[in-house]
Design a protein around this ligand. Structure first.
Ligand SMILES: [Fe+2]
Ligand SMILES: [Fe+2]
Length: 294
């Protein structure tokens, strides 16, 4: 069993529903040219991470419910969170559909059941696990920073035309989600006493969770159903495949968005320094995991 960093379930589950959510986004599952799928351009390693990502995205309805509970007296934000969660669910559906094209044996429903059975969900939360609403919104900005760069990097890395298009749509959505949470963050910072240092530590803790169990468990549930879950093994396996396609521009943009979320200048020397260190560390880590056969 693993513990999800994004609690979940009750409240506005009914409103979240199962819609593909086309109110904010400009694309739908029907607008994707699935018939252009080119099997010869599929990277089997990438298929594994797409399957894992489809499940984490599909959990968006639960995250939306959690946000509605945390922001219980803010109906405007609740509505935004519902629409946001519908878009996340749509991301999951699009990625799952592509994964099924690439690997017809992929059974999303069975894999998602394994994933949701294994991830311990904190359904009882009514206050943010980040200590404040501003903290919650900083964490949301960091997640959207991660996802927007992740799908941009994936879109740039693949030559498969359908996955390229799906990922570029998702990356644009994730960037818009970042802006959405950042706008609400500004409002809540004016009401709550959350200093830059606290924001920095929330961001740091959320960044370090990126190598955490939820992604690793999703990777396991999608790709190694008949084996036993070993946390360290699957964290490494996911990391090697999920971050191998990051390039400097993706890191630089992520660092800028994260710096902005904690109230620092997004571009400039600090960004260049962090991007340089992160890039070297990432290359070293990927090479190390590849040598070890992770
Ligand atoms: Fe998403
Ligand atoms: Fe998002």
């Amino acid at each position: 069993m693993v513990e999800s960093h994004g609690p979940v379930r009750p409240l506005c589950q009914a409103q979240v529903g199962d819609s593909t959510g086309d109110r904010m986004t400009h694309w739908t599952l029907e607008s994707i040219p699935w018939d252009k799928f080119d099997r010869s351009k599929v990277d089997p390693e990438l298929v594994k991470v797409v399957k894992a990502a489809s499940m984490v995205e599909a959990n968006g309805a639960d995250y939306g419910a959690y946000l509605c509970a945390v922001f219980a007296d803010d109906p405007e934000f609740q509505q935004a969170a519902r629409e946001w969660s519908m878009e996340e669910v749509q991301h999951g559906k699009a990625l799952a559909r592509w994964a099924k094209l690439a690997d017809p044996s992929f059974d999303f429903d069975a894999a998602f059941k394994r994933f949701s059975d294994g991830v311990k969900i904190e359904t009882w939360r009514t206050a943010s696990i980040r200590g404040s609403r501003s903290g919650e919104l900083v964490a949301r900005c960091i997640v959207e920073t991660g996802t927007s760069s992740y799908y941009s990097a994936m879109s740039d890395a693949t030559d498969e035309p359908v996955l390229k298009e799906v990922c570029s749509h998702i990356a644009a959505d994730e960037f818009r989600h970042y802006k959405l949470f950042y706008e609400y963050l500004k409002g809540y910072l004016a009401k709550e006493r959350v200093g830059p240092l606290r924001r920095f530590f929330v961001a740091l803790s959320r960044i370090t969770e990126s190598e955490d169990d939820e992604l690793a468990y999703a990777y396991y549930a999608a790709n190694h159903a008949d084996e036993t879950y070993e946390r360290r093994r699957f964290v490494k396996a996911y990391f090697r495949r999920g971050f191998a396609f990051y390039r400097r521009q993706h890191l630089e943009r992520s660092v800028g968005m994260a710096l902005k979320a904690v109230g620092l200048k997004p571009n400039g020397r600090l960004n260049a320094m962090i991007t340089g260190i992160a890039g070297r560390w990432l290359r070293f880590r990927i090479a190390q995991l590849t040598r070890a056969g992770a």
